[in-house]
Structures are given as C-alpha cells and as structure tokens.
Design a protein around this ligand. Structure first.
Ligand code: CO
Length: 208
C-alpha cells in the first residue's frame, strides 16, 4: 500500500462526503451515539463497518487477535465498560471469522512466544468443547467449529461482566455472536441463546 496515496484517497473521500451532505463533518464533530458495540478480529480482511454497511457514528469498534473478551485485558474491558455504561449501546456483538489465523495458531502444538498467553484462552475454549471438536474428523470443519465455539465463549465472557449483567437487567441489553465467512462474504448469526446462557451461569458469575 502506497502511503502517499492514502492522503489523496482521504481528499477524495472528503469531497465525496461533502458532495452528498455539506454538513457531514460538522455533524460528525458533534458527538457519537452508537447503538452497537462490535468486538471483532484484527484480521485485515474483516472490515467491521464495511461488512455491516454501517456509517460513521453507528458502531463502536474494538478489534484484537481472534476477537477475544479476556477479563484481565484492560483494553477490551475499558471498551466494554465505556460502551455500555457511558455510550449506553443497546447491543454487543462478538464477530469471529472463518480462516482466523489466531484460532488456527491455537490448534497447533508450537511455542509462539509472546502470543502464547493470548492464544491460551483459545486453547481453553478447545478444552471446554474437546468432545465435540475431537469428534469432527475433517480438519477444516473442526477449524470452523472452533471459530464458532470461540465466538460463543467470548459471548459467555461478556455475560460474566458486571456491566453486561446490569445493563441486561436494567435496560435489556442484547449480546449476539456472529461469524464472517470471507469465502462468500456472508455474515452469519450464530443465534446464541443469551437469556438461556445467562440463566445457566448466573449462580456462579452473578455480580449483582
Ligand atoms: Co482472525
């Protein structure tokens, strides 16, 4: 990517936006009221706003390797708390994707140095669902399933936070798990049963 081109692209983008709405940037500068918090993978092929057709100001975005919600990661926890308690988003989405390098790396028996503790959380997801995963013979199918189960477990991790629990109780906050299939471009709703998961784990994780 030619970085000098970036600034030319930016000039064109400004002109395009202003041609449609002369107050576009004045309005952007007034503030944000996004209704969705999106937690996705850093993968360069999964362009959060583009795959959702979202405009600037509509989605609060956090991306990290393999769309993880880790309780001691101050970064993701700050984003979650700010989005829920201050921006008062109505929905939180964890979006994984097939062909995720982070998930693949967690399926390999290899010392990946600094990445080990991060990927360890995905290995934990594998362990939790070992019976289901080991019953799948086809490697690609197993890989896809782990991507989906990882999204599900990160939704569970969201539910373990006080911010999500209280916003669910007080104003019906929703949590969704999605997977992006870059081979087709499709965004798939895993239809995770949020109230059922919540009911199942609250005796252990309730912070209220
Ligand atoms: Co990924």
């Amino acid at each position: 990517m030619d970085l000098t081109q970036v600034f030319k692209n930016n000039e064109k983008w400004i002109a395009d936006k202003l041609a449609l709405d002369s107050h576009y940037f004045d309005n952007l500068a007034k503030g944000q009221q996004p209704e969705v918090l999106y937690i996705g993978c850093s993968d360069s092929r999964v362009t959060a706003e583009e795959i959702m057709g979202a405009e600037a100001g509509e989605v609060f975005v956090h991306r990290n390797i393999a769309n993880m919600v880790i309780s001691i990661d101050l970064n993701v926890m700050s984003v979650i708390n700010y989005a829920i308690n201050h921006l008062e988003v109505k929905t939180v989405v964890v979006c994984g994707h097939y062909y995720c390098g982070g998930v693949k790396a967690a399926m390999i028996q290899e010392d990946l140095g600094f990445l080990n503790p991060w990927l360890r959380n995905i290995r934990d997801v594998y362990r939790l669902h070992k019976n289901v995963l080991n019953a799948i013979e086809d490697e690609d199918e197993k890989y896809n399933k782990l991507v989906e189960l990882n999204v599900q477990e990160q939704c569970v991790n969201l539910i373990k936070t006080a911010a999500v629990q209280k916003a669910y109780r007080d104003r019906g906050l929703r949590v969704h798990g999605w997977v992006f299939d870059m081979k087709t471009g499709k965004l798939i709703d895993l239809e995770i049963d949020f109230p059922k998961i919540l009911a199942n784990i609250m005796d252990i994780y309730s912070l209220m």
